[in-house]
Design a protein around this ligand. Structure first.
Ligand SMILES: Cc1cc2nc3c(=O)[nH]c(=O)nc-3n(C[C@H](O)[C@H](O)[C@H](O)COP(=O)(O)OP(=O)(O)OC[C@H]3O[C@@H](n4cnc5c(N)ncnc54)[C@H](O)[C@@H]3O)c2cc1C
Length: 412
């Protein structure tokens, strides 16, 4: 049956959901308080990592956090003024780092991410979006044997989940990426992945495609959401609007909307940063490369090389602090000696994250007319297309390809 459906949030999750719902024949309106792709989907590393399954809360994370807190420029930091606010989230996060919880979370994540590449192909092939998504591997490199040995826990989880990867030595790393300095002795490589040559252009083009197929895009900051009989009503910056069904895909800002419907979801944000380097640097790598020791990614994009990094717990309001990501430039140069490190632009984005690293994809506990699709943490680009498909299946009442129980909003 055709419904009038509103999707809140024009990031990758909202745009993919809108396209999949439209493909099922629904009349779709996408609401966004800014321009399309104004959130985390704008500035990520652009990697679609098929089968990615390692949660952020891994055994030993508490020790890692304490160790990092004494480093001068650690990859993970907590703004002191936000500490009391993030504490309940952190306690849940530490609880999720027990071996058994981490294994379960990895297995659940894998049920989604193993469909990532196929789902993206289904969404973009034979459309104008196809050139923005390229086949590429996902390579992590390490200089020291001890650092590579530290990845054993992550590799064990990948083995258990069935994520395939290859362990590489110096020669194979250099065959894949000849411009890397010959300092990396260990690598692991996931072959069948994708890369986005311009995530911002991709999400914008997804919205354009939806509009060209008869959907609507409206600039609308949703402030209130409530059920009204069989309808859902929204009000905010552009008045009020009603729909048969509403999808909440507002990324890191989804928590307060869910709260209005009686769902208390421990969603917070892991802030991340990027720097763009000159366009001339874009061909120095064939695909994104992770510096495993210093926790940053260099991604070749059509606009230049993107250096992305950092997990910062600081909430949605505090101003960015670019000092940590800037401090990585000498390390990026050491990694890629011909890199022109003149900064072209700097950006901060808000990864929407739950303590178990799993997204929320499921109906509100109080309304079968409101469906949540948020909390995709470090893997929203990877899981964007598959989430769109799941959203459409849930709205259709069809059996999704994945067991949805681990992603329900009231699991905590
Ligand atoms: C540095 C960095 C690197 C990353 N690298 C990768 C990567 O390589 N691969 C990967 O898979 N993932 C990566 N990610 C994660 C990925 O970017 C996110 O998981 C994903 O973009 C989340 O998408 P989203 O649509 O849920 O949220 P967003 O993109 O944030 O979109 C939410 C949208 O909702 C809008 N909105 C919010 N509230 C309202 C409201 N009340 N009314 C109307 N509109 C509203 C916002 O303006 C925003 O546009 C990275 C993230 C960062 C920060």
């Amino acid at each position: 049956m055709t419904s009038k459906i509103i999707v809140i949030g024009a990031g990758v999750i909202g745009a993919a959901s809108a396209l999949s719902l439209q493909a099922d024949g629904h009349q779709v309106t996408l609401l966004e308080r800014e321009a399309p792709c104004a959130g985390a989907s704008f500035g990520n590393a652009g990697a679609i990592v098929n089968g990615s399954c390692v949660p952020t809360a891994m055994p030993g994370i508490l020790y890692d956090v304490i160790r990092m807190s004494v480093q001068p420029l650690p990859p993970l930091s907590i703004r002191p003024a936000y500490f009391h606010k993030i504490l309940p989230w952190l306690l849940r996060f530490i609880w999720q780092s027990r071996s058994v919880a981490a294994s379960n979370n990895a297995a659940h994540l894998h049920t989604l991410t193993k469909h990532a590449v196929d789902a993206w192909h289904q969404l973009v092939d034979d459309t104008a979006l196809a050139p923005l998504v390229e086949e590429a591997g996902w390579l992590k490199v390490y200089e020291k044997a001890a650092s590579f040995a530290d990845t054993a826990k992550a590799r064990k989880l990948m083995d258990e989940a069935g994520t395939s990867y290859e362990v590489l030595g110096r020669r194979e790393i250099s065959d894949l990426e000849p411009n890397l300095a010959p300092i990396f002795n260990f690598g692991f490589y996931q072959k069948d992945c994708l890369r986005l040559v311009n995530p911002h252009k991709l999400v914008n083009s997804m919205v354009d495609l939806m509009v060209s197929r008869g959907g609507q895009f409206k600039q609308f900051d949703v402030e209130r959401i409530q059920h009204e009989g069989k309808q859902v009503s929204l009000s905010g910056s552009a008045g009020s609007i009603t729909a048969d069904k509403v999808i909440v895909a507002a990324g890191a800002w989804s928590r307060s909307l869910a709260e209005q419907l009686g769902d208390s979801v421990p969603l917070d944000t892991e802030r991340g940063y990027h720097l763009m380097l000159p366009e001339s640097t874009r061909d120095l790598l064939n695909a994104p490369v992770v510096n495993g020791e210093s926790s940053f990614v260099l991604s070749p994009m059509e606009t230049g090389m993107r250096l992305s990094s950092q997990i910062e717990f600081g909430g949605l309001v505090a101003a960015p602090d670019y000092s940590r990501v800037r401090s990585l430039l000498p390390l990026a140069k050491r990694m890629l000696p011909t890199l022109d490190t003149r900064e072209q632009s700097a950006w901060m984005g808000f990864r929407p994250s739950l303590p178990d690293s799993l997204p929320v994809v499921g109906f509100s506990t109080n309304s079968k007319n409101v469906l949540y699709a948020f909390g995709h943490q470090h893997l929203g680009m990877t899981m964007g297309a598959v989430t769109g498909k799941l959203v459409a299946d849930l709205i259709a009442g069809a059996d999704p390809i994945v067991d949805m129980a681990p992603f329900r909003p009231n699991r905590f």
